[in-house]
Ligand binder design. Structure first.
Ligand SMILES: [Zn+2]
Length: 313
């Protein structure tokens, strides 16, 4: 969809609150080709098969650099993954590193995908954090431009007469509009016609704004329904950065095939993905037993469901 089309779309519902909502959320759907979605599911299945366990994996949703629309046409399996049955964690550096490789192969990143192995698809707390990490890496370069309309003067107009002009300013605006005073613009009592006043009040400034975005698609190894989110961050012309938002979105699966080579995908998985094995930390002199002797008991940490670094003695 071109920006002009988008403008047209917004025009159609002009003059009610809907317009405002639409203008704030001009991106509402996630687009992926049938082939790319199938490839994500195939990775999800093959990771479990190759590594012989119910394991998650992740990667990025990509499209050729020259494509102007927002359709994910391929999926990329992230390298250096140590996967478990629990959530994957993505760091900003992971996105940058993978982004370089994707860029070199002529593609750009539109978002990320991951598999929940044999579980349902949804966004966990970790996924929400990953989403914001991915968004912040992508938003500066992955964006659409929309025109934002803002009132020039806003409510509470002040009208002053200066020589042959009328100077009109808003109560909360530093902007002023100066108009010449044609015959009859002022009513006999010296006030401005209410129709003209409301026209001035409704004058809007149209400025370009960038909305950075990132997709998230969650699949699993049991071909369940995909779950999908769309995160956005606004960059205004005056340079302020809007807050990051992510919400569940409609996944539009569009035509487009990919020919998959299962043998190559299995080899790629062997190269990029390895299974997490818990690392035991053996505590030395850990407590004393009843007879006052040092216990030989050990304690363990570093299971996948524990946060924090892993220790290796
Ligand atoms: Zn997840």
């Amino acid at each position: 969809m071109s920006i002009n089309d988008l403008d047209k779309l917004l025009e159609q519902t002009e003059s009610n609150e809907n317009t405002v909502k639409q203008a704030r959320n001009p991106i509402s759907q996630v687009y992926i080709t049938k082939g790319a979605l199938n490839k994500a599911y195939t990775y999800a299945e093959l990771v479990c098969d190759v590594l012989g366990d119910s394991l998650e994996c992740y990667g990025f949703l990509i499209t050729p650099k020259e494509s102007k629309d927002r359709v994910a046409r391929d999926v990329y399996l992230a390298p250096n993954q140590i996967v478990s049955g629990a959530d994957v964690t993505i760091e900003g550096e992971d996105v940058i590193r993978a982004g370089r490789e994707i860029d070199a192969s002529g593609y750009k990143v539109l978002g990320w995908w991951h598999s929940h192995a044999n579980f349902n698809t949804f966004h966990s707390g970790t996924d929400d954090k990953n989403m914001i990490t991915v968004l912040n890496e992508l938003a500066p370069t992955n964006y659409i431009t929309v025109r934002k309309k803002t009132p020039i003067l806003g409510e509470g107009l002040k009208v002053r007469r200066r020589k042959n002009n009328l100077v009109i300013s808003g109560k909360d605006s530093k902007k002023r509009i100066i108009i010449g005073m044609p015959e009859g613009i002022l009513r006999p009592e010296g006030t401005l016609d209410s129709k003209i006043l409301s026209d001035i009040q409704n004058l809007q400034l149209s400025t370009p704004a960038r909305i950075g975005f990132a997709y998230s698609v969650v699949v699993n190894a049991i071909r369940g329904e995909p779950y999908c989110e769309l995160a956005t961050k606004e960059f205004c012309h005056s340079c302020y950065e809007g807050e990051e938002k992510s919400r569940e979105a409609n996944l539009r699966v569009v035509e487009g095939d990919l020919i998959l080579n299962e043998k190559d995908m299995r080899e790629e998985i062997e190269e990029k993905v390895s299974k997490f094995s818990p690392v035991f930390k053996v505590g030395k002199n850990f407590g004393k037993n009843r007879r006052g002797k040092k216990s030989k008991k050990t304690f363990f940490s570093g299971w996948p469901w524990e946060s924090g670094p892993l220790f290796v003695d």
